[in-house]
Write a protein that binds this ligand. Structure first.
Ligand code: SF4
Length: 203
């Protein structure tokens, strides 16, 4: 018998505007889970990596906090959220009529049910083929020009209707943004994703 996980390590949770990818602009409650072993050199949430630094919070409490805000759109992110079994969290959020989006590197098997699955594959720990196959959105972070090849390699494994995004790595913005613009103009199946939350100064 499977034991449902009823506590998860929460690094932070906050109500904001989704700033990236397909759901940009939507009011969303973010749940950032602790723990990640993917090891991206440019990671901007390195504090999330050590799971032991983050308090375990009951799923009842996570959902109760989410319900305090008017939006019923929730984004589960990390860290790498799929290092944890998300089945019970998703069940409880769905019971309370939340639409659930997941942001994952795709490096771990899928648990839980999602209304929107964003896979952001990382060269440091490859995504699983089944995650790419299930993605609604493929969001590739462009740190240097070799990432266009990486983006195309991953795009081969997604569904036909999967949305394709290229997003500049924040600190490399000035270097890579002109390359992304030219790439998207030449390959219009891709779209640009920007970190709008950083421009409008929300978390
Ligand atoms: Fe950071 Fe995300 Fe990469 Fe993990 S997968 S190291 S949290 S950017």
């Amino acid at each position: 018998m499977t034991t449902l996980i009823n506590m998860l390590p929460v690094m932070e949770s906050f109500y904001t505007i989704q700033g990236e990818g397909y759901n940009t602009g939507k009011a969303a409650y973010f749940i950032r889970l602790g723990g990640c072993d993917v090891g991206c050199v440019w990671c901007d949430v390195k504090d999330s990596w050590d799971v032991t630094k983050h308090p375990h919070v009951t799923i009842d409490k996570i959902v109760e906090d989410a319900l305090k805000h008017p939006s019923r759109f929730v984004v589960i992110t990390g860290g790498e959220p799929l290092m944890h079994d998300l089945t019970f969290l998703c069940d409880q959020l769905h019971k309370n009529n939340f639409i659930i989006a997941l942001e994952t590197s795709g490096a771990y098997p899928l648990t839980g049910t999602f209304d929107w699955l964003c896979v952001s594959p990382k060269k440091f720990k490859f995504p699983l083929p089944e995650l790419l196959n299930s993605a609604d959105e493929l969001k590739v972070i462009v740190f240097n020009k070799s990432d266009f090849e990486w983006a195309e390699k991953n795009a081969k494994d997604v569904k036909e209707d999967c949305k394709l995004f290229l997003q500049p790595e924040y600190d490399e913005f000035n270097k890579v943004m002109p390359l992304i613009i030219e790439y998207v103009k030449a390959n219009p199946q891709w779209q640009v994703s920007l970190q709008v939350h950083k421009v409008i100064n929300v978390p």
